[in-house]
Each structure stands twice: as structure tokens, then as C-alpha cells.
Design a protein around this ligand. Structure first.
Ligand SMILES: NC(=O)c1ccc[n+]([C@@H]2O[C@H](COP(=O)([O-])OP(=O)(O)OC[C@H]3O[C@@H](n4cnc5c(N)ncnc54)[C@H](OP(=O)(O)O)[C@@H]3O)[C@@H](O)[C@H]2O)c1
Length: 235
């Protein structure tokens, strides 16, 4: 097994469309081997990078992470990076959202990434340079509006998780980075705003950032990267 880029293995959740798909395409072009977690493999497997393991994975099910890690190790024998990308937004303020809404967002945006990293951790640590990238949001940095406020609660937690992994994995060479975009031209953003998608950050540019982070050595840990398409107070 090579230790160069041709040998590295990345798991990406929600890789069938949007940002996750762009990350998969970018990493495939950089010779990563891919394990892609998607809800409906039958619908997309043929359109994803050839050679990828495409695993049925529902972040809301509560028990899909360990089997996905096992399938990845069975296919590739190693895991170098986990990209926590799958995410949902329920557009309700904290006053409108009920417990089910909150739980649904926490489950997909926070708890599943935690379960996935826990399951993959021994393999990540075994490489001596494991990487975790979590696609958080600028909504994990500031509350922009009432309608995004419950999503923000989940994304603040996701940001905390990224930092918690950075601390917990440091001594094993695991480095954790939170990517915090504003509007990115995907189904999620176009469902939220009538802003011109061409004026939004492009998924391929988020993928470039992720690829760069994954390539950095242990001695160049980047904890957070805010990315924006508009002038926003601090980001
Ligand atoms: N677009 C933005 O403006 C923006 C900005 C900041 C952060 N983000 C974050 O970026 C990440 C990717 O979002 P996106 O913009 O690419 O959104 P998207 O186009 O709506 O794609 C969301 C992805 O997550 C997957 N997903 C949703 N629920 C899932 C579940 N229960 N189990 C497994 N996969 C699930 C979707 O799969 P299905 O196709 O099966 O639904 C899809 O692949 C999310 O974490 C999002 O919060 C997005």
C-alpha cells in the first residue's frame, strides 16, 4: 500500500450532490480513493467517480456509521480522512421549531458526524496523520436571521465538535478543520434565497479548500476557514 496521494482514502458523507459531490470529484482528480456515503446509491452510483465505494448511509438512522467504516476498511484497508458534509436545514426560528425539528438537525449535523469520527478514529489514528473536515457554516459562527436560528444552534454545535475532535485527536496526529461557508450554489442555498447562484461561492471552490486542508502536514493545523461571497461583518 502506498502512502502517497494514490494510497489515501477519504470518506465523504452526502457525496451525491452539492458540496459533497464537488469534494468527491476534486479528491478523485487528486488520486484519493473514495468511500462515499449516500442515502440512495442506486440513483447515483453510476454518476460518481469510478472506483469509489458507494455505501448506503442515512445520517438520521443512528446506526449507519460503524457499518460504513467497516465496509471502507474491508475495501481499502485504511482511512486517512473523514469529510462530514451531509447536512440539513429546517428553516424555523428557535421559537417556531419543535423538539423533533431540533433533534432532526442535531442528528444529521452533529450526532452523526460524531458517531462517524468515533467509528473511524482507530483507522485515522493508525495513519499518524488522520484528517477530519467538517462542513459547518457561517451559521455556526453567527446567527444571521430568525429563520436560520435553529440551524445555527446545530451548526454552532458542529463547530464545537470540530474543535473537540482537534483537541481529542491531536496526540495521535489527527487534525480537524471546520469549513464555514456562507451561501454556496447548491440546492440548499437556492432553496433559501433568490440570490443569483453565480454570485454565490461555488461548490468546486469549497472542494479546493478541502483538498488543500487535507494536504497540509500535521505541523500546519488549520482550525477554521470561513468562506464568503458577500461582505459580512467579520467573515
Ligand atoms: N449551500 C450552502 O449555502 C451551505 C452553506 C454553509 C454550509 N453548508 C453545509 O454544507 C453541507 C452540504 O450542503 P449542500 O449545500 O451541498 O446541500 P445539499 O445540496 O442540500 O446537499 C445535502 C447533502 O446532504 C445529504 N443528506 C441530507 N440528509 C442526509 C441524511 N439523513 N443522511 C445522509 N445524507 C444526507 C443529501 O443527501 P440526499 O440527496 O439524499 O438528500 C445531500 O447529499 C451541509 O452540511 C450544509 O449544512 C451549505
Amino acid at each position: 500500500m502506498t502512502d502517497g496521494p494514490g494510497g489515501r482514502v477519504a470518506m465523504i458523507s452526502g457525496a451525491n450532490r452539492g458540496i459533497g459531490r464537488a469534494i468527491a470529484e476534486r479528491l478523485a482528480a487528486e488520486d484519493w480513493r473514495l468511500s462515499l456515503g449516500v442515502r440512495d446509491p442506486a440513483g447515483v452510483a453510476d454518476t460518481l467517480p469510478p472506483g469509489a465505494l458507494v455505501q448506503r448511509f442515512d445520517a438520521a438512522s443512528g446506526d449507519g456509521e460503524a457499518p460504513w467504516v467497516e465496509a471502507t476498511l474491508a475495501r481499502f484497508g485504511r482511512i486517512d480522512a473523514v469529510v462530514n458534509n451531509a447536512g440539513i436545514i429546517i428553516r424555523k426560528s428557535v421559537l417556531e421549531a419543535d423538539d423533533d425539528d431540533v433533534e432532526a438537525m442535531l442528528q444529521v449535523n452533529v450526532k452523526s458526524p460524531l458517531r462517524l469520527v468515533r467509528a473511524a478514529y482507530p483507522a485515522l489514528a493508525a495513519t499518524g496523520r488522520g484528517r477530519v473536515v467538517t462542513i459547518v457554516s457561517l451559521s455556526g459562527k453567527r446567527v444571521k436571521s430568525p429563520g436560520s436560528s435553529t440551524y445555527s444552534v446545530s451548526k454552532f454545535a458542529a463547530l464545537g465538535l470540530a474543535h473537540a475532535i482537534r483537541h481529542s485527536g491531536w496526540d495521535d496526529g489527527v487534525r480537524s478543520t471546520a469549513i464555514c461557508p456562507g451561501y454556496v450554489a447548491t440546492d440548499m442555498a437556492t432553496g433559501l434565497t433568490d440570490r443569483d447562484p453565480d454570485a454565490m461561492t461555488q461548490p468546486a471552490d469549497i472542494a479546493r479548500v478541502v483538498a488543500m486542508v487535507l494536504d497540509l502536514p500535521n505541523t500546519a493545523s488549520v482550525s477554521e476557514i470561513p468562506v464568503n461571497c458577500i461582505l459580512d461583518d467579520s467573515y
